[in-house]
Design a protein around this ligand. Structure first.
Ligand SMILES: [Zn+2]
Length: 203
C-alpha cells in the first residue's frame, strides 16, 4: 500500500486521476480528484480497490481550526451501475492513441520515432475506398508514408510489420492517462484481450 498526502492549496503538486469502476468492478473512466473526494464524502464509494491512497488536505476550518482532509484510493468502486451501460466501445481514433497503440514504430520500416515525426497511414488509401478506422490505419514515418503514397500496398513492394487492430475501451483508458499509476495499469491490463500489444508492453 502506498500513501501520499496532497495539499490541495499547493498548485505545484501533481494530482493523480482516479479510476472509477462500477460495483461489479467494470471500469467507468477517469475522474478528477475533486469528483473522487465528492463521491467519498457523499458515501457513494462502495469499496476502495487501489493500492495507492491519497489524502487530500484542504483549508483550515474557521470553527475548529483543523484542516479538512479526505482519503481516496486510486481505484474506487462506486455504487450503482454506469447509466451508459458497459458496452465495450472502441476509443475514438486519434493520432496520439494510434501512435501509442503501435508503440511509436513505423509499420513499414520499423523505425521508432517521436510523435512529430510520425503520420497516420491508411493501409488501403482513402482515395481507393479505404476507411479512416482503427483497422485500416497504422503508424508510419513520413518517409514511408510518402513512399507508399496512394498506391495499393502490393504494388509498392513494402510489407507491414504488424497488423492494425481496434483498441478495447480499457486500452483506450490506459492510453489516455499519461500519469497512470501502477495499480491502475495492472487493473486495466487484466481486462485487455490477448491481441492487445499493451499486454506485452513494458511499463
Ligand atoms: Zn518508416
Amino acid at each position: 500500500m502506498f500513501l501520499q498526502t496532497i495539499d490541495i492549496l499547493n498548485a505545484e503538486t501533481t494530482r493523480p486521476l482516479i479510476l472509477a469502476v462500477d460495483i461489479t468492478g467494470a471500469p467507468h473512466g477517469w475522474i478528477s480528484w475533486q469528483s473522487a473526494v465528492g463521491h467519498q464524502a457523499a458515501g457513494r464509494v462502495d469499496r476502495s480497490m487501489g493500492e495507492f491512497f491519497f489524502t487530500f488536505r484542504g483549508g483550515h476550518s474557521r470553527l475548529t481550526g483543523l484542516r479538512s482532509e479526505l482519503t481516496v484510493s486510486s481505484i474506487l468502486a462506486l455504487r450503482g451501475r454506469n447509466p451508459h451501460g458497459w458496452e465495450p466501445q472502441a476509443p475514438a481514433l486519434c493520432n496520439a492513441l494510434l501512435f501509442q497503440r503501435d508503440h511509436y514504430l513505423c509499420c513499414y520500416c520499423g523505425a521508432r520515432k517521436p510523435a512529430h515525426a510520425l503520420t497516420r497511414d491508411h493501409v488501403r488509401p482513402l482515395s481507393r475506398g479505404g476507411r479512416d478506422s482503427w483497422k485500416n490505419v497504422v503508424t508510419a514515418c513520413r518517409a514511408c508514408n510518402q513512399r507508399k503514397g496512394a498506391a495499393p500496398l502490393e504494388s509498392t513492394g513494402m510489407a507491414m510489420l504488424y497488423v492494425p487492430y481496434v483498441p478495447s475501451i480499457y486500452e483506450g483508458l490506459i492510453l489516455r492517462n499519461r500519469r497512470i499509476l501502477a495499480d491502475q495499469m495492472e487493473f486495466l491490463k487484466n481486462l485487455l484481450p490477448d491481441h492487445s500489444r499493451l499486454v506485452t508492453q513494458e511499463a
